[in-house]
Design a protein around this ligand. Structure first.
Ligand code: ATP
Length: 403
């Protein structure tokens, strides 16, 4: 049944970062003492030669979200990402993955976490040039000691997921940048980790390919529901990808919030200046106000399933989709009740009077549409349902925009 993909779950903390500090240098105590006295990162460097990477950072990342860490060069993004898989050893603090502390894990436990829980995608792809695509993607499984047959099966699946089917035997050095990064992504996916750590993964790509990869990552995420921690210095990228965004400044958190929160309620002057140049019409689009997790019902199930989903989610109508997640119709709660009593099928009771809008539609163009038909389905040209918009969220977002 397709409904599972869309069901709403209470968020579970996947990664908890507590009091995380990283000082680069040997005399960390001196630096810590000075930070506590309120000296800036620059002053501390000038006085002690110690470089403050991160200071007392606290936040949570929820299961299944795309969490973007952004900030200017030197703000601590990469240091933070590398502390999560302990490529960098923190000076102080804890990083809990499903409750297990990465900071104090033994090398055995750490190896296990890195192999099974986390996959990393790098900016410079970090591929082995003389190896084939298949061997590069299978590499993580190879070092896990997985048999050749099994690792090739899994690697082929990952290659297909990223759209590189047919290129298994190509050498990675013969591929374009965009294709190489797909290989990097497939390699991270091959071990089926819960968490993907992506460090400026698309920054080396030219703008068109970059935007295409961002779209594909969002589409993949809809299917796979991984927890993705994505480092970027690009605000447009952060706003497009992030369920939530964390803005860093000199090794500290300046703000954590959704794109709308950061744009409409910047926490301080730093964040205000940071977001000053953003084209707000890009943010206030259909995609920005739609709910991705709105439940849908499969055309092959019955009115009782539709009723149960509506009850569980407190909604009075639900979209009906086919196997490809294309919208076939909509069912209102009254019709589902009647249909359920009369033993009718979903097809009998649904209405095909459905309005579908593109995710890039600006909000002001949505107003007349939403007045006449709420809820509204959101789909790209391929027709697959991306999410659902209700009247209240469009009007709410416009109210914020006007403030
Ligand atoms: N190995 C290191 N030794 C000394 N200082 C370091 C080291 N790695 C990072 N730093 C310092 O820590 C701070 C944070 O660096 P980090 O690389 O995390 O920033 P960033 O936000 O990822 O920047 P960029 O976008 O340029 O990669 C910077 O001041 C940097 O100079």
């Amino acid at each position: 049944m397709l409904t599972g993909d869309f069901s709403i779950q209470s968020p579970k903390k996947k990664i908890e970062v507590r009091n995380l500090t990283k000082i680069f240098g040997r005399k960390t105590k001196n630096a810590l003492f000075l930070i506590e006295k309120g000296l800036s990162k620059r002053e501390i460097f000038e006085k002690t030669g110690q470089n403050v990477g991160l200071y007392n950072v606290n936040f949570d990342i929820y299961e299944g979200e795309i969490f973007v860490i952004m900030g200017l060069s030197g703000s601590g993004k990469s240091t933070l990402l590398r502390c999560i898989n302990r490529l960098i050893n923190p000076t102080d603090g804890h990083i809990l993955l499903d409750g297990n502390d990465v900071a104090t894990a033994s090398s055995e436990e750490l190896r296990e976490m890195r192999r099974k829980k986390m996959g990393m995608v790098f900016q410079n792809f970090a591929l082995i040039p003389h190896r084939t695509v298949l061997d590069n993607v299978a590499y993580g499984l190879e070092i896990q000691g997985v048999s050749k047959e099994e690792r090739h099966t899994k690697a082929k699946e990952a290659i297909e997921t990223v759209g590189l089917k047919g290129y298994e035997e190509s050498k990675t050095s013969q591929l374009s940048g965009g294709m190489q990064q797909r290989v990097g992504l497939a390699r991270a996916l091959a071990t089926d980790p819960d968490i993907l750590l992506m460090d400026e993964a698309f920054s080396a790509l030219d703008p068109l390919i970059r935007s295409e990869m961002q779209d594909e990552l969002l589409a993949l995420e809809d299917k796979m529901q991984k927890t993705i921690v994505f480092v970027s210095h690009d605000l447009d990228e952060a706003l497009k990808l992030g369920d939530r965004i964390m803005i860093m400044h000199d090794g500290k958190i300046a703000q954590i919030g959704t794109a709308e929160e950061i744009l409409t309620e910047p926490a301080d002057d730093y964040v205000s200046k940071f977001v000053a140049g953003v084209d707000r019409t890009k943010i206030f689009t259909a995609e920005a106000v739609m709910k991705r997790a709105e439940p849908v019902v499969s055309i092959n199930s019955g009115p009782k399933v539709a009723l149960k989903l509506m009850r569980e989610h407190g909604i009075s109508s639900i979209f009906v989709v086919n196997r490809e997640k294309h919208v076939e119709g909509i069912i209102k709660v009254d019709d589902a009740l009647k249909g359920s009593k009369e033993g009718k099928s979903i097809r009998d009771i649904m209405s095909d009077d459905v309005t579908i809008t593109h995710p890039d539609t600006p909000l002001n163009e949505l107003i007349p549409v939403i007045e006449n038909s709420s809820p509204l389905a959101v789909a790209k040209d391929d027709g697959k349902l991306l999410g659902v918009i209700v009247r209240g969220s469009v009007l709410g977002a416009l109210a914020i925009e006007e403030v």
